[in-house]
Design a protein around this ligand. Structure first.
Ligand code: GLC
Length: 521
């Protein structure tokens, strides 16, 4: 068996949504000083890699995914010294640090865009994507944005439109301009020189656009009143995303990353165009690991789970990142029915993700078995999805409950940027640490069991033959990962020693919604 080649190959990652992780300065908003004090929790849990969401100077229209300066820390989150302290402490604790780089777009407050707005002759104009307003009053093309609605905003001064796949305050960069490439080389090196271990690349699938900005083929009716994903899915995304030239950027970044033994983890968001996605990650010589999002878009259904794993495993030739929760989706406990039922199912899915070839990520609070927080309409802050209770992202972004008490150990402030959303004492880290049967301890045990299975890192996934129905069952070498997705108890499809189980079955019987890790033989 080949040994593990790279430091991320048998690792477990953890996403920190900085605004809601821990507040060290008493303003009700998470920050680096708060994070510093809580890193030990993650080391205790068994995390190898943390990914920190954007903390750069930002007007916060998209809560930091609108960057005004890629090498400055937003004062809300602390200083560069505070950042350095977090990186140093994480390293001391044996954890690597990935930061979120946002290269598809900047904030409209970024110096480059402010210059670009000065007119077509400005040297920064071509950092962004502009088109003359068509004489017939139409838009330059038919692209719809990820947040719904058109992707073009008129700059009245010049009579030209600029492109944005997200908010108008997030103008898309022009990755066909070599000056943009050069600028990002320097940005990557700035952070690598400060000791980060790699980058999560935001919106990696969309950075390069069709050179002629051709309209996409429309495959269903679409209008702005529709839910944003329905608008998106009404088009074949032939010209706006997944352009073949993207891989040249990532190969260039790969050469920089390799100088530092750093990881490029892509937000390679697409669930449909597998051949193009595979070309984007190009066998791992560009982006090392591409996130696959299928586990966030399926029901608690064995067929759907098998398909969500099989599709990328059979079509993508690079490393895969797996996550069931993030700062962008409702928490899986909520999606799978909420309460104890949802918790049990979400945990069983995590057991399976821990068995897949690739890099699994937990999202903060997942280890506590948290549901999405409940946000009253007047407290909503996410710029998207306000009209659809299932599409807003605030519920997954509520502050982490660390301890019982008014600020829940998250803050000393009287109020928080988003409400806690209904957390109880039983949700807190402190209470769960005292309780051996808690979600927190069970997740910790799961991570420890997986860590002990380094032998699987180089073993391909093989579906356990003859297993269908409500069982999801695969093996990596001699280790089987099995989940019972049905409502009735069932027998394990393999003989062996149970190393971990997520529910209250016993012996060779898996309870409903229970998953297990088994050493075969
Ligand atoms: C990614 C982020 C999301 C953000 C978007 C625009 O999808 O995960 O939170 O809104 O990019 O940057």
């Amino acid at each position: 068996m080949e040994p593990v080649q790279r430091w991320w190959e048998h690792a477990v990652g953890y996403e920190i949504y900085i605004r809601s992780f821990a507040d060290g300065t008493g303003d009700g908003i998470g920050d680096f000083p708060g994070m510093l004090d809580r890193l030990e929790h993650l080391a205790w849990l068994g995390v190898d890699i943390i990914w920190v969401t954007p903390f750069y100077a930002s007007p916060m229209r998209d809560w930091g995914y609108d960057v005004a300066d890629y090498t400055a820390i937003d004062p809300t989150y602390g200083s560069l010294d505070d950042f350095d302290a977090v990186v140093a402490r994480a390293h001391e604790l044996g954890m690597r640090v990935l930061i979120d780089i946002v290269p598809n777009h900047t904030s409209d407050q970024h110096q480059w865009f402010r210059e670009a707005l000065k007119g077509p002759d400005n040297p920064y104009r071509d950092h962004y994507i502009w088109r003359d307003a068509p004489a017939d009053g139409s838009l330059p093309n038919n692209w719809v944005g990820y947040f719904g609605g058109p992707t073009w905003t008129l700059d009245e001064a010049s009579g030209q439109y600029y492109l944005h796949l997200f908010l108008p305050e997030q103008p898309d960069l022009n990755w066909r301009n070599p000056a943009v490439l050069d600028a990002f080389d320097d940005i990557l090196r700035f952070w690598l020189d400060r000791g980060v271990d790699g980058f999560r690349v935001d919106v990696a699938q969309a950075m390069v656009k069709d050179a002629e900005l051709r309209s996409n083929p429309q495959i269903a009716p679409s209008d702005e009143s529709m839910f944003r994903w329905d608008q998106w899915n009404a088009f074949e995304h032939r010209h706006d995303i997944l352009q073949p030239e993207s891989v040249d950027i990532f190969r260039r970044w790969n050469r920089i990353a390799e100088e530092y033994d750093a990881l490029l983890l892509g937000e390679t968001y697409d669930l449909v165009q597998m051949d193009k996605l595979d070309r984007l990650v190009s066998g791992g010589d560009a982006i090392h690991v591409g996130f696959w999002f299928g586990a966030m878009h399926m029901e608690w259904n064995a067929e759907q789970i098998r398909a969500a794993f099989d599709l990328p495993l059979t079509n993508i030739s690079a490393g895969l990142g797996w996550a069931q929760d993030s700062h962008d989706e409702h928490r899986s406990v909520t999606r799978f029915g909420g309460g104890d039922l949802g918790r049990q199912r979400a945990l069983s899915l995590t057991v399976l993700l821990m068995g897949l070839p690739g890099l699994p990520f937990l999202y903060q609070g997942q280890e506590l078995g948290l549901e999405s927080g409940v946000i009253p309409p007047e407290a909503k802050l996410d710029p998207v999805g306000d009209d659809d209770p299932n599409s807003g992202r605030d519920g997954t972004r509520t502050p982490i409950p660390w301890e019982p008490g008014p600020g829940m150990g998250f803050t000393d402030a009287a109020s928080t940027w988003l409400p806690f959303g209904g957390r109880t004492d039983a949700d807190t880290v402190l209470v769960q640490r005292e309780l051996p049967s808690s979600s927190l301890h069970v997740h910790r045990e799961l991570l420890a069991v997986r860590k002990g299975l380094g032998e699987i890192a180089t073993e391909p996934l093989k579906w356990i033959a003859d297993v269908a129905g409500d069982l999801v069952a695969f093996r990596r070498g001699a280790i089987a990962f099995v989940a019972n997705v049905g409502d009735e108890p069932t027998e394990l499809p393999v003989d062996g020693t149970v190393l971990f189980r997520s529910g209250d079955g016993s012996g060779a019987t898996l309870a409903a919604d229970e998953a297990a890790i088994v050493r075969i033989g």
